[in-house]
Design a protein around this ligand. Structure first.
Ligand code: DGT
Ligand code: CA
Ligand code: CA
Ligand code: ZN
Length: 601
């Protein structure tokens, strides 16, 4: 499944790039649109495109002979001739400009051609000096948008989303695991901790000899540049600009290395300090006894400093613990701590005191409660989505297409009712999975939702989300969300803050008041698993849980492949310290249904 996702996504990316390139170079707009459509369709195709026959390729919506030819060319050679040609026509500076989220390809090209602007810094400077003022198509509003985009870009700081990082990591792990002498291979760092964005990908290998692994990394087809190539650490940059660090550890210090390179830095400072208090030294090679120090009573900053700066780093004799992470934590008097908790946000105290939470896992999730079909903006028909959901082993599954107030989706009462009949027919037809008929309502500026009560009553579940009016003031936004919670039919607040990571900040509200309203009214908060949303985010989840709210971890899937995004939602929920009991879609259907009634009869 993971591989299918990757091949299709690669093709999607190359078709999308071609569409962008056509637009930048002022090519045929219809053609650009056609490629964009085809890209989306391939990305959402449930079957591995690299295994499709020519005829089957042509069966994908929007894929004609010419596009199919390019797909085949890419799958065979790894590149597409015409894409390479167009790429060469575009200066690198323009490509940098279009990384600004609010700047389209055409405007980027105009800035380059008319003002010779070829970097983000130059653009910021040009706006400051009002050089854009005379340019056709660039009003003050555009300037404001561009500045906002630049700010977002700088905030993101070149960090990549979880899904992009995961794809690279899994590819590298698969390649290196296949080499002889590989005793272990995993990804560590922020990716293992499931942080919402990732700076670089850290890969660890346990093996006696490091060379073959270092060489293999530099020789991967995805490797575009070798940043450093050594026996202890090798770093490369992929064709997509993602940095990968590889470290090869001796098998006997695997646990210590894994602990060290998983981080976070803040967590590791805590574990190192604990080691010092025990008269020990913790490094990436293991836990060592510090000569001349007892194993007890070495408290105090002086001895702590002395031990931490011990000279013989990594070479102080035999470690007392190093083989597994379990062993390392145990030697510090701690239980093994799940990577998603390792941020120094109280996990050490919990481990020493009341105990760590028993975190919700992907296996605990019994169904997805926010998904779309091609009745609105999803790519796949109901039948395909349901079949794929059942293949994931779900006990239940909710279809929640958009409601009428999102005009572009053109939902009507008739369409919703027809879909409901179909849902009822198919209920139980896929390995006994129960199908729920739901909808994703729009929370209007006053907190009202699309349909009247009697129509809402006909659904099994209603997600309600903000899709417009993002800039209400704090007080009005709070009232709006609280009112939605108080609606007896609203069960889940979808993507509550509406942020898009690196592109759009979340809306402003008194979130404590919203969480309290959720708790009071029996309305769940969504943990939206789309990698560019992850909304609510980790620390907000913790706060909402403190105030008594419940959660639904949902993919908001718009295609079959999106169902697999659940892992990112679960990772985020874990980072928010959620247990199974906090998450309504881990519950048996009878308990879930009681929750969904919100005390209604
Ligand atoms: P990222 O890459 O910015 O998303 O965050 P991380 O946490 O993956 O950080 P990274 O890649 O710099 O380093 C990986 C882990 O190595 C980090 O979480 C903790 C560990 N580490 C421990 N001590 C140090 C240190 O002194 N320097 C660095 N760079 N890493 C350290
Ligand atoms: Ca990293
Ligand atoms: Ca790193
Ligand atoms: Zn939505």
């Amino acid at each position: 499944m993971v591989r299918v996702v990757r091949r299709n996504e690669e093709v999607e990316a190359v078709l999308q790039e071609y569409a962008d390139l056509i637009a930048i170079t002022r090519g045929d707009a219809f053609k650009a649109r056609a490629y964009e459509k085809a890209a989306r369709a391939v990305g959402g195709c449930a079957r591995d495109v690299s295994r499709l026959s020519e005829e089957e390729l042509l069966g994908i919506p929007g894929v004609g002979k010419s596009i199919a030819g390019k797909v085949t060319e890419y799958l065979r050679t790894g590149t597409v001739g015409v894409v390479e040609e167009r790429r060469a026509m575009i200066p690198a500076g323009v490509r940098e400009l279009i990384t600004i989220p609010t700047l389209g390809p055409k405007k980027a090209m105009a800035l380059y051609e008319d003002l010779s602007i070829s970097s983000v810094d130059e653009l910021a400077e040009a706006i400051r000096r009002e050089r854009l003022r005379g340019l056709k198509g660039f009003g003050p509003k555009t300037e404001e948008n561009i500045l906002h985009g630049i700010a977002l870009l700088r905030q993101a700081g070149g960090r990549i989303d979880l899904h992009t990082a995961m794809a690279v990591a899994e590819e590298v792990v698969a390649e290196l695991s296949a080499l002889t002498g590989c005793e272990n291979c995993v990804y560590a760092g922020s990716l293992r901790r499931m942080r919402e964005t990732v700076g670089d990908v850290d890969i660890l290998v346990a093996a006696r000899a490091s060379r073959p692994f270092m060489d293999a990394l530099t020789a991967l087809p995805a490797t575009a540049e070798v940043i450093a190539h050594g026996g202890k650490k090798t770093s490369i940059r992929t064709v997509k600009g993602i940095q990968v660090d590889l470290r090869v550890l001796p098998p006997h210090s695997w646990g210590a290395g894994l602990q060290y390179f998983t981080g976070s830095k803040a967590h590791n400072i805590r574990t190192r300090t604990m080691a010092v208090r025990h008269g020990l030294k913790l490094s990436e090679y293991g836990i060592f006894e510090v000569p001349g120090k007892g194993t007890k009573g070495t408290k105090g900053t002086k001895s702590a400093k002395g031990a931490a700066s011990g000279k013989a780093a990594g070479a102080e004799g035999r470690p007392v613990a190093s083989r597994t992470e379990d062993e390392v934590y145990a030697r510090l008097g701690l239980p093994w701590i799940p990577p998603t908790l390792r941020e120094d946000r109280g996990e050490i105290e919990a481990a020493l005191g009341d105990g760590l939470p028993e975190l919700v896992t992907e296996d605990d999730v019994r169904g997805d409660l926010h998904t779309h079909t091609d009745l609105t903006d999803g790519l796949a028909p109901l039948e395909e989505m349901a079949e794929a959901a059942a293949a994931r082993g779900y006990a239940y599954y909710a279809v929640t297409d958009h409601a009428p107030d999102l005009y572009m989706e053109q939902m009507t009462d008739e369409k919703a009712l027809a879909q409901r009949r179909r849902v009822r027919e198919l209920d139980g037809a896929y390995h006994g999975m129960r199908l729920l008929h739901g909808t994703e309502l729009n929370i209007g500026p006053d907190g009202d939702v699309d349909w009247p009560a009697d129509f809402l009553d006909g659904f099994d579940i209603r997600v309600a989300s903000i899709h417009s009016h993002f800039a209400l003031g704090r007080a009005a936004m709070t009232k709006r969300l609280v009112r939605a919670c108080e609606n007896p039919y609203v069960n889940v607040i979808g993507h509550p803050t509406t942020r898009l990571i690196g592109r759009r900040p979340g809306v402003d509200a008194d979130w404590d008041a919203v969480y309290a309203a959720c708790a009071r009214t029996g309305t769940a908060l969504e943990v939206n698993a789309q990698p560019d949303r992850l909304d609510l985010r980790d620390e907000d989840i913790t706060r909402a849980k403190e105030l008594g709210a419940k959660f639904a971890i949902d993919t908001d899937a718009h295609s079959v492949l999106h169902l697999a995004f659940l892992r990112y939602g679960v990772g985020t929920a874990q980072r928010g310290w959620l247990t199974k009991d906090d998450v309504i879609n881990t519950w048996p259907l009878t308990r879930l249904k009681r929750f969904l009634r919100k005390g209604r009869r």
